[in-house]
Design a protein. Structure first.
Length: 576
C-alpha cells in the first residue's frame, strides 16, 4: 500500500486474471481472490493475537482495512472483535511492561509506559474498559514513587512532603490521580496537621521567652494551617487555646501600632489597624478605651475623607446615580459613628455634591448647546420644523435643571420666531404621511388648511415655497388621490381644480367607463361655474375648449350640455 510496483497495478492484476481465466467472467474470480486475501488477513491476525503479538495484529488489521477500501464491493466478514482484542492486548502490554519496570525499580520508565497506556485508553475508550489492571499497576507505582514523600512526612519535614505530593499530582492526568486522590489528600492533611502543631509549639516557646512579635508571626501561620485542615477536634481545641493566649497579645500589638500610626499622621493605615484591633477586641470581649476610640474615630474620619476624594471618579464618569447613592451611604455612616456634625466631613460631602451638580450642569449645557447648534444649521437649511423640535428639547433640558443657569429666554424667543414656519412644515409632513398610507381625504384637508395658513401668516418671508392643494395632488401622482381630490375640490367649490384632476385621470390612461361618475359631477359643476362667468356663450365652444373634442370626455360633455340647458330654461322662465 506504500510502494508502487507497476504504473497501473489494478490493471496488471486483471491482466493476470485474464491470462488465467481467458473465457470466464473476471469479476467472479476477482471476488474469490479478494475474499481469499481477506480471510488470510483475519487468519494471520488470529495467529498473531494467539502468539501475543498484539501490535503486529493491530497493524495487520489496519492493512486489511486499506485492502477493503481499495477492493470494495465484497461482503467481507466483520473484524471488530479481532480489532478490540488486539487493542486490549496492546493496552495490557503497556501496563505489563510498566509493572515489570516497577518491580525492577525503573520508575521513570514505568511512568512512560503508564502514560502510553493512559493515552491508549483515551483513544480507545469505547473498546477498553477502566479495569482493575490499570488501578493495580498505577497504585503499585504510586506506592513506590511516594516512598520518598512518605519518608519526608515521617521525618517531620512537612513543607517538603507537601511539595513532593503536589509534584506527583502534577505529573499525571487528573483521571489517573483520581485513582489515588483520597490517599493523597489524607497524606497532605497529615503534613498540614504536622505544620500546625509545629507552629503551635513555636508560639508557646517564643511566648515563654517573651519574644512576643515573633510569636505573633508564627501564630498567624498556625491560623492559616488550621483553616486548611478539615474537621479535626484536636487542632480545633489547640487553636482555641492559642486564641485565648495570643488574641490579647495581638490586640495590644494592634493598639500600639495604631497609636504610632495615628501620632505620625498615617491616618489611612491607622484606621485599618484600629479596625483590625476592633475585630479582635470583639472576639475576646475587650471594648476599646476612650483614647483608642477617639483615635480610631479620628482615623476613620480621614479614611472617609480619602474615600470621598477617591469617589469623585464616579462623577467624572457621569455615574451620577451611583455618586448620589454613595453620598447617602456616607451620611448614614457619619450618623452611625456620631460624625454627622464633623465640619471636615460635612465640607467634603457638600463639595462632593456640588461636584455632582456641576458635572450634571456641564453635561446638560453641552447637550443643550449641541442641540442649539444643530437647530441653527437646520434654520439655515429652512428645516424649521426640525429646528424648533431641537430647540424645544434644549428648552426642556433647561427646565428640568433649573439649578443650571442657562439662557432659557433665547431658546423661547427663537422658538416663537420660527414656530409658524415649523407648524406649516410639520403639517405638510403629516399630509405626506397620510398620503403614503392612502388616507387621501384627510391629507387633502390638512394641505388645504395649510395653504390658507401659509397665506394668512405670510410664510413666504421665511423662504418656504407654497405648496397648494392642487400642487400636492400633482406631487402625489396617484390615481386614487386624483379621484379623492375631485370630490374634495367639488365640495369646496374649487371647480377648475376638480377639472384638472379629471384631466389627470385621462392622462393616467383610465378607461372612460370607470370615470363616468366623476365626469358627470365635474360636467355639472363646471356648467354652473361657466354659466355664471360666461353667460350667453355657446356651451359647445366651452366644451371644446376643455376637451378638444376628445371622445374620452363624452360623459363630461353630456353632463355639461344638459346642465347648461337646464340653467338656460330656468333663466328664461324667470324673465317677465
Amino acid at each position: 500500500f506504500t510502494l508502487t510496483g507497476f504504473d497501473d497495478e489494478e490493471m496488471v492484476f486483471y491482466s493476470l486474471l485474464r491470462r488465467m481465466y481467458p473465457s470466464d467472467d473476471l469479476s467472479i474470480h476477482a471476488a474469490e481472490i479478494a475474499q481469499t486475501v481477506w480471510d488470510s488477513y483475519l487468519r494471520k491476525t488470529r495467529e498473531m493475537i494467539d502468539g501475543s503479538d498484539y501490535v503486529g495484529a493491530k497493524m495487520l488489521l489496519e492493512n486489511a482495512a486499506k485492502f477493503r477500501e481499495r477492493v470494495p464491493g465484497q461482503l467481507y466478514p466483520d473484524c471488530d472483535l479481532l480489532k478490540a482484542e488486539a487493542i486490549k492486548g496492546v493496552y495490557a502490554s503497556y501496563l505489563g511492561i510498566a509493572e515489570t519496570c516497577i518491580d525492577l525499580g525503573k520508575f521513570q520508565k514505568a511512568e512512560d509506559y503508564i502514560h502510553q497506556a493512559g493515552d491508549y485508553l483515551a483513544e480507545f475508550r469505547e473498546v477498553i474498559p477502566v479495569d482493575t489492571l490499570f488501578r493495580r499497576v498505577f497504585r503499585k507505582l504510586f506506592d513506590q514513587r511516594l516512598k520518598g514523600c512518605d519518608f519526608l512526612l515521617g521525618e517531620k519535614q512537612y513543607l517538603e512532603a507537601i511539595d513532593c505530593y503536589q509534584l506527583f499530582s502534577q505529573s499525571f492526568s487528573a483521571e489517573m490521580i483520581d485513582f489515588v486522590e483520597e490517599h493523597l489528600a489524607l497524606r497532605q492533611q497529615q503534613a498540614i496537621r504536622g505544620l500546625f502543631f509545629q507552629e503551635q509549639n513555636r508560639v508557646l516557646t517564643l511566648m515563654h521567652n517573651r519574644e512576643r512579635d515573633s510569636a505573633l508571626v508564627h501564630f498567624d501561620h498556625a491560623c492559616h494551617y488550621q483553616e486548611l485542615l478539615q474537621e479535626d477536634p484536636e487542632t480545633h481545641a489547640a487553636m482555641d487555646e492559642l486564641n485565648h493566649q495570643m488574641l490579647p497579645v495581638r490586640y495590644q500589638q494592634l493598639a500600639e501600632k495604631g497609636t504610632y500610626l495615628y501620632i505620625t499622621y498615617n491616618h489611612e493605615e491607622a484606621f485599618r489597624t484600629f479596625n483590625q484591633m476592633k475585630e479582635v477586641g470583639e472576639k475576646i470581649g475587650i471594648p476599646a478605651d476612650t483614647a483608642l476610640n477617639r483615635m480610631y474615630l479620628e482615623s476613620y474620619k480621614y479614611h472617609m475623607l480619602n474615600e470621598i476624594s477617591m469617589a469623585t471618579g464616579m462623577i467624572w464618569k457621569d455615574e451620577f446615580d451611583r455618586a448620589e447613592e454613595y453620598a447617602r451611604e456616607v451620611e448614614s455612616v457619619m450618623d452611625l459613628y456620631n460624625l454627622e456634625a464633623d465640619p471636615d466631613l460635612q465640607s467634603a460631602l457638600t463639595s462632593y455634591r456640588r461636584k455632582i451638580d456641576l458635572k450634571v450642569c456641564l453635561g446638560v449645557k453641552e447637550e443643550a448647546d449641541h442641540l442649539a447648534i444643530r437647530a441653527w444649521k437646520n434654520i439655515e437649511l429652512k428645516q424649521y420644523d426640525i429646528a424648533v423640535r431641537q430647540l424645544g428639547d434644549a428648552r426642556k433640558k433647561s427646565l428640568q435643571h433649573p439649578e443650571c443657569t442657562m439662557d432659557l429666554q433665547a431658546f423661547e424667543d427663537t422658538i416663537k420666531k420660527y414656530l409658524s414656519a415649523a407648524f406649516y412644515l410639520e403639517k405638510q409632513q403629516q399630509a405626506l404621511n397620510l398620503d403614503a398610507i392612502g388616507d387621501f381625504r384627510n391629507a387633502l384637508q390638512i394641505v388645504n388648511e395649510n395653504e390658507r395658513f401659509y397665506l394668512n401668516t405670510k410664510l413666504d418671508q421665511f423662504g418656504i415655497p407654497l405648496i397648494t392643494t392642487l400642487d400636492f395632488v400633482s406631487l402625489s401622482s396617484k390615481v386614487p388621490m386624483y379621484m379623492a381630490a375631485i370630490s374634495f375640490f367639488l365640495d369646496g367649490k374649487e371647480v377648475t381644480s376638480a377639472w384638472v384632476c379629471l384631466n389627470r385621470l385621462k392622462q393616467e390612461g383610465l378607461d372612460q367607463r370607470s370615470t363616468r361618475e366623476f365626469q358627470d359631477q365635474v360636467g355639472n359643476a363646471l356648467a354652473v361655474y361657466d354659466a355664471n362667468l360666461f353667460p350667453g356663450t355657446d356651451p359647445e365652444l366651452r366644451i371644446r375648449s376643455y376637451t378638444g373634442g376628445n371622445r374620452w370626455f363624452t360623459k363630461f360633455a353630456q353632463a355639461y350640455t344638459t346642465r347648461w340647458q337646464q340653467l338656460q330654461t330656468e333663466n328664461t322662465s324667470k324673465t317677465p
